[in-house]
Write a protein that binds this ligand. Structure first.
Ligand code: TRP
Ligand code: ZN
Length: 468
């Protein structure tokens, strides 16, 4: 019988699967190596981001931070489940020194290379089984700096604390994690800082801050699945206002004293805008809304889950509308691969236009036309937003042309189908991971139209689409 190259490969794969069947014999070295968890989760644009072989359910972070010395001491407990047999598995962590790792309570061997922390449990882990890992570490966190257009991100020390904004892969600068949005998990935070400082993390405070020996411990918990890049424990002097939005959503606003005149505005607008988005995008997915203004001059904002973070400026309603739209598009519905980033940024940008329209200012259609009329040579037309490039992820096209794609879609299917689509999208994939293909399929289902030509022209071609 003739076996072609493909057949040989299939046969070889079959043999290797059989070789992995459990036996009483200790596995030979080659078999153990085959059971190593992959150093990346499978995002070909970011091959070392995240890891393979397990799925995290919960991170329990204990962090002690002193701004004066910039020293961080941490213990991260991870509750996870294996997705394959694992002789070893990786976590992502940069800088910082690891003192100890245990798996299911037993000491484990570990090694470091680049951003990878490889953990070898005393005994291999079996597929589809829960396990826990606990990592004790310390050091001076250094933020990530990317040569692309990402700027500085991660755990960024400030004069009075830290500004923590980790998109796309900066969580590894402050805790060991499966640092890729494809693996979402719940989070518990126990953060201790010098008394007088405030810690603002995601979700809700589960206990009042407790001070002893001049240090205060804050406890926060995010009960809904969250991508690692949305986790924050921003530290500093903050003025806080808490209450409920008109629609009854718990609202938390915190501002650095330098922005004390922004507190009421951030509080009120965050509540008002979250209420409005709940009528347009569907029920608010999380336990509270709000916003945090720190004195670090990032010049940008990040949609940290439940608590968007504004870096060093007084946010206007456009950017607040943008970051709060991300609570649905990005945070509740999270991309599986970075190339689909327009599902976050295109939607959040279009939300700014919808907010303007809602307020009786410029209509989305007028804003769309302004961008379109910048001309066919505008750089956004050379960059297809449906495939965000790893070296230029946050290109303006992903935002603006991504937003224009949604407006072109709205024009093609009409308002009733378009707004029904938005609500169906957020309902179907609440707390999950999504792809562009899924959105296109749903748009076609809801509208009953063939939309491949429209999406192809707007998302994937390196030229300006013609208008229908
Ligand atoms: N997602 C942010 C926004 O458009 C922008 C952003 C990308 C960012 N990477 C970041 C912000 C890192 C802070 C840190 O709203
Ligand atoms: Zn955004």
């Amino acid at each position: 019988m003739l076996i072609n190259r493909r057949g040989m490969a299939v046969l070889a794969a079959l043999v290797s699967v059989l070789a992995c069947a459990p036996t009483d014999e200790p596995p030979p070295r080659a078999a153990a190596a085959r059971h190593a968890g992959a150093p990346g989760i499978g995002d070909t644009d970011f091959p070392r981001d995240g890891n393979g072989g397990y799925d995290v359910a919960n991170y329990s972070l204990t962090v002690d931070y002193t701004p004066a010395s910039k020293r961080l001491t941490g213990v991260t407990k991870i509750r996870a489940k294996t997705t394959q047999d694992l002789s070893s598995f990786n976590l992502d962590l940069t800088g910082l020194d690891v003192a100890k790792v245990t798996v299911d309570g037993d000491p484990a061997r570990f090694s470091r290379k680049g951003g990878e922390l490889t953990v070898t449990p005393a005994a291999p882990l079996v597929a589809d089984s829960p396990f826990t890992a606990e990592i004790s570490y310390s050091g001076t966190p250094a933020p990530a700096k990317d040569t692309a257009n990402l700027g500085t991100y991660g755990f960024i020390p400030t004069a009075d604390g830290a500004f923590v904004a980790s998109e796309p892969n900066g969580s590894k600068t402050w805790f060991p994690s499966n640092d890729h949005p494809a693996d979402k998990a719940t989070f518990d935070f126990t953060v201790t800082v010098p008394a007088g400082l405030t810690v603002v993390a995601n979700g809700e405070q589960t206990a009042p801050p407790a001070t002893s020996g001049g240090r205060t411990t804050y406890r926060w918990s995010e009960r809904h699945p969250m991508a690692t890049y949305l986790a924050t424990a921003t530290i500093g002097k903050f003025q806080v206002r808490e209450g409920r939005s008109g629609g009854g959503i718990p609202t938390y606003a915190a501002v650095d004293p330098r922005f004390k005149t922004s507190l009421d505005k951030v509080y009120n607008l965050s509540g008002e805008i979250t209420d409005y988005w709940s009528t347009v995008f569907g029920p608010y997915p999380f336990s509270s809304t709000g916003g945090v203004v720190d004195d670090y001059s990032a010049g940008y904002a990040l949609e940290n889950q439940t608590k968007p973070l504004y870096g060093g400026f007084d946010p206007d309603e456009g950017i607040i509308a943008h970051e709060l739209a991300h609570q649905w598009f990005g945070d509740s519905l999270t991309i599986k691969r970075w190339k689909d980033l327009w599902l976050n940024e295109g939607f959040a940008t279009y939300a700014e236009w919808l907010w303007s329209e809602h307020k009786g200012k410029k209509s989305a259609d007028a804003i769309f036309k302004d961008f379109y009329n910048r001309g066919a040579q505008d750089p956004v037309w050379a960059y297809p937003p449906g495939r965000a490039k790893p070296g230029d992820l946050f290109n303006e096209s992903v935002y603006t042309r991504g937003g224009m794609t949604l407006h072109a879609l709205r024009k093609a299917v009409g308002d009733p189908a378009f707004f029904k689509l938005l609500k169906t999208w957020t309902a179907q994939h609440r707390y999950g991971n999504v792809t562009t293909r899924q959105f296109v399929d749903l748009a076609e289902n809801v509208s009953g139209k063939d939309l491949d030509p429209l999406f192809d022209a707007w998302l994937f071609q390196p030229r300006r689409p013609t208008l229908a």
